[in-house]
Design a protein. Structure first.
Length: 516
């Protein structure tokens, strides 16, 4: 058994049984080991950003890490944007990055680079194996780091000679996922604030927007007249009929300031104090009122469930009627021109029960949160780090983790171009992913931001930098060229009927939604 095989066996023995890959020469012994060892599902991405984004989506839905296989420093570099998103989402990932054989590095071959330097900004832990006998042990350490709550990115660099050299025994160890316990004093401080029944917001993030914790928070808020919001973006929020509603803080600064202006207290549970996505002239970075009392009950890496249970016990909220549960609402089938609210109505009517929604809709999606709250129960995954090209790869990972659940992607056209190779992986793996591709033929968000930052009136050069026309992208052709069935819709009736049709069968489909 060589070092690469010892690593593959160690990964499988510790429940890391999916590998999203884009290998090169230095990783060939790892690739060969995949044929020798049963139990690892290998999924090829045609670009490293697909690989890392898929690993992010996989962790969000499986609550356990996948591994990636990347080729040297440039391969890792190609995947960094979605590793940034994954890090912000607290997704656990085990990156395996090939390296030249130790004796070859001194030759300064063309692909020689500082892989540790490339990895460190987007990793919590980086290590280079120095011997083939260390590979299994180093692999176990990477797995333990990746599983550390709330999820971390571990990058193991595997020189070629440690992969082909003689390996040691497989390493297996119980992986702890225990979280840090919240102090009783924190719980009592929050209880005292709620007991005053002042204007109080409970702001949720991380696993606090999972159904079980939302239910508890809903009872607490109902008893003490508190409001429940979630952060603007969430790794995985469980929402829909019968679940507790946690409205997202708006992206637009003015809207967020208006929404938050009257709160005297903000209680953070798995969330950070609300901030603007960017800096804007004459607008604040922090969105809470200046004299607002902000108190943290539990950080994202702490035992949030235990904390809210303790809070509920102190307050005696267990039998309180929950006023925050979403109830049924009659929604009419929309018709006419395509609008953001019309799209939301279609989604409210057609989101399948127990589905997964991956949202990288950027501008058109700003209307979705309020207008899809009455849809069937589903999990909604947001882009966390703001690095575009997240939606399609994340859907690959989510569909891999949950093959029995339909995945619906809400995707802007500009950001989709960053990782459109994901379509090929969806087709090869026959993943049940349905894509609404919103085609406005522009970087629409940047057109708005040009004005928001006070950059003046865009001239011809600026307009060209923000436009996707001349030539316009043909998403039906692009999808079909990657093996995905596709069609174009130009009004809400067509959108409703087409989406309803594609949801009736398995496999990937793309609907180009024309917004211009």
């Amino acid at each position: 058994m060589n070092g690469a095989e010892s690593l593959v066996r160690t990964l499988i023995a510790n429940d890391v049984d999916v590998c999203f890959t884009n290998p090169g020469t230095s990783e060939m012994h790892f690739v060969a080991a995949l044929d020798k060892v049963d139990g690892m599902r290998c999924i090829l991405g045609l670009f490293e950003g697909v690989v890392t984004g898929a690993a992010d989506g996989y962790y969000r839905m499986a609550d356990k890490p996948a591994s990636t296989l990347l080729h040297l420093g440039p391969g890792l570099g190609n995947g960094l944007a979605n590793l940034h998103n994954a890090k912000k989402a607290n997704s656990g990932i085990v990156n395996i990055v090939g390296e030249h054989a130790g004796y070859h590095i001194k030759c300064d071959a063309p692909l020689t680079s500082d892989i540790q330097g490339v990895a460190k900004p987007m990793s919590h832990w980086v290590k280079t194996s120095v011997s083939s006998l260390d590979v299994a042990k180093d692999g176990l350490e990477a797995i333990k780091i990746a599983n550390t709550p709330p999820g971390k990115i571990a990058t193991l660099i595997l020189p070629a000679d440690t992969a082909w050299g003689v390996g040691a025994d497989v390493q297996k160890q119980s992986v702890t996922t225990d979280r840090i316990k919240v102090s009783n004093s924190k719980v009592h401080t929050v209880a005292n604030i709620l007991a005053k029944k002042e204007s109080t917001l409970i702001l949720l993030g991380g696993i606090a927007v999972r159904e079980n914790i939302l239910e508890i928070v809903g009872r607490i808020a109902s008893q003490h007249d508190a409001t429940i919001f979630s952060e603007n973006n969430n790794p995985r929020i469980q929402r829909g009929l019968g679940r507790v509603r946690a409205r997202q803080i708006p992206y637009v600064v003015d809207n967020a300031l208006e929404l938050l202006k009257n709160f005297k207290n903000i209680i953070l549970i798995g969330a950070k104090p609300p901030v603007a996505f960017f800096a804007y002239p004459n607008k604040p970075s922090y969105l809470a009122p200046e004299n607002c009392n902000i108190v943290q009950l539990a950080a994202v890496d702490e035992c949030i469930l235990d904390a809210v249970l303790s809070l509920e016990d102190i307050l005696g909220s267990k039998h309180t009627i929950n006023k925050h549960i979403v109830t049924a609402l009659e929604i009419q089938k929309p018709f006419g021109n395509i609008t953001d609210v019309g799209i939301a109505q279609v989604l409210s009517l057609l989101i399948p029960e127990n589905s997964i929604v991956v949202d990288e809709s950027i501008t058109v999606g700003r209307a979705f949160d309020l207008n899809t709250m009455h849809a069937n129960q589903h999990d909604w995954l947001n882009i966390m780090g703001g690095s575009i090209g997240f939606g399609l790869p994340c859907a690959v990972g989510a569909a891999t983790a949950c093959p029995d659940r339909p995945v619906l992607v809400l995707q802007g056209d500009g950001s989709a171009m960053y990782t459109l190779q994901s379509l090929w992986t969806m087709a090869r793996e026959n993943l049940n992913v349905k894509i609404l591709l919103f085609s406005n033929q522009a970087y629409k968000i940047l057109q708005g931001e040009f004005n928001n930052v006070g950059a003046g009136t865009p001239g011809l050069k600026a307009e060209n930098m923000l436009s996707l026309k001349k030539p316009s992208l043909d998403w039906v052709s692009l999808a079909k060229g990657h093996g995905v069935m596709a069609t174009k819709v130009e009004n809400l009736t067509q959108l409703f009927d087409t989406l309803k049709g594609v949801l009736a069968h398995n496999g990937p489909d793309l609907i180009e939604v024309c917004l211009t």
